[in-house]
Write a protein that binds this ligand. Structure first.
Ligand code: UDP
Length: 324
């Protein structure tokens, strides 16, 4: 299948591209490089530098490369920033997404896999979270992802777009070639590993007075390769006529607290990691754990690397890789 990956020069996008190529699909990476990195575009993929808001260029790219399906991952994704700059999030995540849907209609491409997020649920009423639970985002990031999911439902009825929306929990880890590199970095695992590597003096734990076993927030970490494989499964299911669907993507179980992640990183790296305890980060729910039973049941998805040790070790190997 010929697949366009928007945001394919980013962290998760590069791994999705890798998995597509591995499975014999062709990939065209469409990325503005405003956050992505040219060198993250996987060898073997065609790279097109373009803006999501440029509908005509998107349409021309879809037609020129005879694209059959799209994975849409290009988006802004920082909760804190979204609260300070909602306009940026509505423009890039909602308008950008609608521009893509217009281009797809014009180019007659009707299959889409969308990167959504656990942030659509807001402060969850229960754990583990199921797809049918209430969606009440507590920040513009989650709101804009939910807005696009809602547009998809109406576009499906009117224009025949079929979609799978994947609500990611905490993506982490790396492959040999592709890893996490955000500027600025805000995610826990890369920050903890930077502290282990001596690239930052310490790691700040955002609050230790939550109603959790050790007082720190609990999250559901999922290996980026397991996440990427779900995209490939979803694309192939859509191609076989699978109806539109929304799926959570996490490993489930008990999840891991911030302190457990730090302890795990100490074991993996065999380094000292100084810790400071700071204030809670606004908008952080105490616990976010996915029920992923729907995607397991309907698409046969199974995470292969559920152990936090394996996830953290892969990220550490990637950070320690020899660089040119
Ligand atoms: N966190 C932390 N210190 C940091 C960064 C993150 O304690 O420097 C916590 C954060 O409060 C959350 C968890 O680590 O409970 C995971 O945060 P991350 O930003 O990696 O992902 P999120 O859950 O926001 O998607």
């Amino acid at each position: 299948m010929r697949v366009m990956v928007t945001g394919g020069a980013g962290y998760i996008g590069s791994v999705v591209t890798e998995e597509l190529l591995k499975g014999g699909d062709e990939a065209v990476v469409y990325d503005s490089l405003y956050k992505g990195h040219r060198e993250a575009v996987v060898e073997g993929a065609t790279f097109v530098k373009g803006d999501l808001l440029d509908t005509a260029f998107l349409r021309d790219t879809l037609v020129k490369h005879r694209i059959e399906a799209v994975v849409h991952m290009a988006a802004d994704s920082l909760v804190g920033e979204s609260v300070k700059e909602p306009a940026k999030y509505f423009r890039n995540n909602v308008l950008g997404g609608l521009s893509l849907l217009d281009a797809m209609r014009e180019a007659k491409v009707s299959s889409l896999v969308f990167s959504s997020t656990a942030a659509v649920y807001g402060e969850p009423a229960k754990q583990p979270i199921e797809e049918s639970d209430p969606t009440e985002p507590t920040n513009p990031y989650g709101e804009t992802k939910l807005a696009f999911e809602r547009a998809l439902r109406w576009y499906e009825g009117a224009y025949g777009v079929r979609f799978v929306s994947l609500r990611y929990f905490n993506a982490a880890g790396a492959t040999e070639r592709c890893g996490e590199r955000h500027h600025p970095e805000t995610h826990l695992i890369p920050l903890v590993l930077q502290a282990a590597a001596g690239e930052r003096p310490d790691i700040t734990v955002f609050g230790e007075d939550y109603a959790t076993p050790d007082g720190t927030c609990v999250r559901d970490y999922i290996h980026v390769v397991d996440l990427a494989q779900a995209h490939v499964l979803a694309l192939h299911a859509l191609a076989k006529g699978h109806p539109s669907a929304i799926y959570n993507l996490g490993c489930g179980g008990e999840g891991y607290s911030v302190k457990q992640v730090i302890d795990c990183a100490r074991r993996v790296t065999q380094r000292d990691i100084p810790v400071r305890v700071g204030a809670r980060r606004p908008g952080d729910p105490a616990v976010l754990i996915a029920s992923s039973s729907r995607i397991m049941r309907e698409l046969g998805w199974r995470p292969q690397q559920q152990q936090l040790e394996a996830i953290v070790a892969s990220a550490w190997r990637w950070m320690q890789r020899p660089r040119a």
